[in-house]
Write a protein that binds this ligand. Structure first.
Ligand code: ASP
Length: 439
């Protein structure tokens, strides 16, 4: 068994957390390649090392003194090193960092040091080889990830190695400039490493026991999803459910490697298994519910719209010209509604309206704001009669008016539009009908 194990910031926030991680790694000989994040929060009001680095560098960038701030970061690592009883000094590393900050080496360089230093500590603690991500993860000149070069170099470098620690979140461009992924990007590094060594499993260790059926801020203690497919996960992540970085699934998905989300603080919990496809019947008809508030709907009416070829294209062209992406487009015979993100739309509202009038001469255009979209996702919905019916009757019982319904022919996803204020009660009603009453 070859496993890549990625540990998130909260799993590595203190010496105690490192010890838990050490026990997890030693408990399974397959856990050979380790991708650490930077130390995260130890308690609610704590600050992540990555954020401390960003603020420290912001001072350096404008020529202000940053000694105190950098010393605070150094102290966090010192506490971990001492707590683990390691014989490791990062003094020289911090001198280099201070010099590079003074020379304005870059924001990405600054942020990347969180993972880099944690990688050094982790390698020392485990007795594994340290591989600097800047030597094996590559970015193009424009900052996008260079998959082709990375795959080649990384596979070559890891070939035949028993163990290694590769820090997450960053890599380098051709000229050596350190570059990071977007926030939470260590998940992507883990996935890239797993793909490069053709791992059997990518374990992603965090502080929750898997992907929850829905948002715990809305439903108290929602159940954990046991198995989810990449496609389902993508639908849910797109609608705001987060555990894993959105882009982390692509490298492993290409290789058919499953991801297991696990909890460092409860390692016995099975967590969530993310797979390409599965015969395992989902526990409930639906796999998950996610959603977002803050949408606006533009409702266009014109008699005989249905006979006017090119009507839809012209309307969407107006949105395109204004750089607004649309989310959904339910339509009737003489009506067409476009759902957009309210924040994106608001500032261009009048331009878009004028554009629609000019290009398609509608009878009327109405706007409605403060809408929410809810995605009910599940491979179990396919060919299963009555799912939509159950959703609608649950919402009717909860006195919630449905503004929009959208279901693709893949039957993986039903999207429902409601008013912002109905968002939480709607999720509660759907959760109750499928999970609590197990329909
Ligand atoms: N440390 C980085 C962040 O806070 C990357 C990561 O944790 O994945 O975003």
């Amino acid at each position: 068994m070859k496993k890549v194990v990625k540990f998130g910031g909260s799993s590595l926030a203190s010496a105690e957390q490192f010890q838990k991680v050490g026990r997890i790694i030693r408990a399974d000989a397959g856990r050979r390649f380790v991708v650490p994040s930077a130390p995260g929060k130890r308690y609610d009001k704590d600050i992540k090392v990555t954020d401390m680095l960003y603020s420290c560098y912001a001072l350096a960038e404008v020529g202000k003194d940053f000694k105190k701030e950098l010393a605070q970061i150094e102290r966090r690592y010192k506490e971990i090193i001492e707590g683990l009883g390691l014989n490791l000094s990062l003094t020289e590393e911090f001198q280099t960092i201070a010099e590079k900050f003074k020379k304005n080496e870059g924001r990405d360089y600054a942020a990347s040091r969180g993972e880099y230093l944690n990688g050094l500590v982790m390698a020392e603690y485990l007795g594994y080889e340290f591989i600097d991500a800047a030597e094996v993860i590559f970015f193009h000149e424009n900052g996008s990830f260079d998959a082709e070069k990375t795959e080649r170099v990384l596979a070559e470098r890891l070939e035949g190695k028993e163990h290694a620690v590769i820090p997450g979140f960053y890599g380098a461009k051709e000229d050596g400039t350190v570059t990071t992924f977007s926030r939470g990007g260590s998940d992507i590094t883990g996935s890239i490493v797993a793909a490069a060594i053709h791992a059997d499993l990518y374990e992603n260790w965090t502080d929750v026991s898997g992907f929850l059926i829905t948002d715990p801020r809305i439903i108290i203690n929602p159940e954990v999803i046991e198995t989810i497919t990449y496609r389902e996960l993508r639908e849910l992540s797109y609608m705001g459910a987060t555990v894993l970085h959105e882009d982390a699934i692509f490298p492993v998905r290409k290789e058919g490697i499953p991801i297991n989300i696990k909890n460092t603080n409860a390692p016995e919990d099975p967590g969530t298994l993310i797979v390409e496809s599965t015969c395992r019947k989902p526990k409930y008809t639906i796999t998950g519910i996610a959603g977002k508030k803050g949408f606006a709907a533009i409702n266009i009416e014109k008699d005989m719209m249905n006979t006017e070829i090119g009507f839809g294209r012209k309307v969407l062209g107006v949105f395109e010209d204004n750089g607004i992406s649309f989310e959904h487009m339910p339509s009737g015979i003489d009506t067409m509604t476009i759902f957009v993100h309210q924040s994106e739309f608001e500032e261009k509202e009048q331009k878009v309206l004028a554009g629609i009038h000019r290009s398609v001469h509608p009878d009327s255009v109405e706007l409605e704001s403060d809408l929410a979209l809810i995605a009910v996702v599940g491979r179990g919905m396919k060919s299963n009669r009555g799912v939509a019916g159950r959703i609608f009757s649950a919402l009717a019982h909860a006195n919630i008016n449905i503004k929009m319904i959208d279901q693709g022919s893949s039957e993986l996803n039903i999207i429902i539009g409601v008013k912002n204020e109905d968002f939480e009660p709607a999720i509660q009603a759907i959760y109750d009908i499928f999970v609590v009453t197990r329909l």
